[in-house]
Design a protein around this ligand. Structure first.
Ligand code: 8YV
Length: 314
């Protein structure tokens, strides 16, 4: 049987499907990784990775017969894609199948933060309604939504937000000539012209800390930051400070720098919506993502082209 190394948690149904056809070695938390690699390393032809955990350059170079890395995620920042592609190793991910669910959560966030939905629920459950009324929220309709990164997910959020009467603008490093949304030449200018700033770009070294103190200040005291992409794109310390100082109005976050740890200061803030990286967590989408991981491996080992390769980064 072809041998695979599993470096990240993926749903049991996917592992069961793979185990019927491959030998899958659990390398998520190996007690002695060197010894394990000495023993099985030469047999490994594929890696099953995830969005938050993928192989680094050292692991990729240690596996002489590695051919493919299949990631159970659209984001591929956890895998050293450049190291893999330099070595001729194919990397696949799971685009398209999760776009709708991620955009749905982002749209929910766009409503939740200004309408104070999480806070209202806590207020009711705490019994406070019997004592006083909830403070007023902010209308979403007619407000300006700035989108950082107008890829598949950014566009899907834009389509939803249009229905809710938001005015869409964006900043992207790639030209988006086919779209009529207003484009800003810099993120700072986009933030200045936004009531809500939605992070929808790729994670990784190129975007780390892109949403910094200056961008948050430009968003301003009535502005909300929404992030369903990757935590490190936002300077988290700067975000905590901006929220503490009231330099932005609030935030809605599904991803964090250092997750699953979330800054204690944020946990205590009523004006911040916090969810544990659930944007793609529906039974339907997780099934589709798992099927795509399976199909990519199947195609590759049958000598066919993979379905969803990560574009060349080198
Ligand atoms: C997953 C994600 O939660 O697709 C991505 O990039 O971040 C999420 O869909 C995660 O990758 C699971 O491995």
């Amino acid at each position: 049987m072809i041998e695979l190394l599993q470096v990240a948690q993926v749903p049991p149904f996917l592992i069961d499907r793979l185990k019927a056809e491959y030998t899958v070695h659990d390398f998520i938390n190996p007690s002695d990784p060197e010894a394990m690699l000495r023993e099985i390393g030469p047999n490994i032809r594929g890696i099953v990775a995830g969005g938050m955990k993928g192989p680094d350059a050292a692991l990729i170079s240690a596996l002489d017969n590695l051919e493919i890395i299949a990631s159970f995620s659209v984001g591929f920042d956890a895998t050293d894609v450049a190291a893999a592609q330099t070595k001729g190793v194919i990397v696949t991910h799971t685009p398209e199948v999760l776009t709708g669910d991620v955009a749905d959560l982002a749209m929910a966030f766009i409503l939740m933060a200004p309408r104070r939905i999480g806070e209202s629920e806590r207020f009711l459950r705490a019994g406070t309604w019997t004592e006083r009324r909830m403070d007023l929220g902010t209308t979403v309709r007619g407000k300006r939504l700035g989108i950082l990164g107008l890829g598949r997910i950014g566009r899907a959020v834009a389509r939803r937000a249009e229905v809710f009467g938001l005015n869409i603008a964006y900043f992207d490093t790639k030209p988006m000539g086919d779209l009529t949304y207003r484009s800003y030449p810099t993120l700072l200018e986009l933030a200045e012209a936004s009531d809500m700033l939605m992070v929808a770009c790729e994670g990784g070294a190129a975007t780390r800390g892109l949403v910094d103190e200056a961008v948050l200040n430009a968003l301003g005291p009535n502005g909300y930051l929404i992030n369903t992409a990757r935590g490190p794109i936002v300077d988290q310390q700067a975000l905590v400070k901006a929220l503490q100082d009231g330099r932005i109005a609030g935030a809605a976050l599904d991803v964090f720098d250092g997750e699953p740890n979330v800054p204690a200061e944020m946990m205590a803030m009523e004006n911040v919506v916090l969810t544990p990286h659930i944007a793609s967590s529906t039974a339907e989408t997780r099934r589709a993502m798992g099927d795509l991981v399976y199909d990519n491996l199947k195609a590759h080992f049958a000598g066919k082209a993979v379905l969803t390769p990560v574009p060349h980064q080198i």
